[in-house]
Design a binder for this molecule. Structure first.
Ligand SMILES: [Zn+2]
Length: 55
């Protein structure tokens, strides 16, 4: 089981995600980032930052 707290990358955000694997986390985070943060382009830097904080 993997978990990710958006606030680890975007300070002040309280969204948390849980999925069976990293792909599940990324699919949820991509939707959340677009809807709540206006992030429509998932850059390699963003992927690396998210991956570094997946537990
Ligand atoms: Zn967020």
């Amino acid at each position: 089981m993997k978990t990710f707290a958006c606030g680890d990358v975007i300070p002040g955000c309280s969204a948390r995600f849980t999925a069976a694997d990293e792909d599940g986390i990324f699919s949820q985070v991509a939707g959340h980032a677009a809807a709540d943060h206006g992030v429509t382009t998932v850059t390699p830097e963003l992927v690396a930052a998210v991956r570094a904080h997946i537990h």
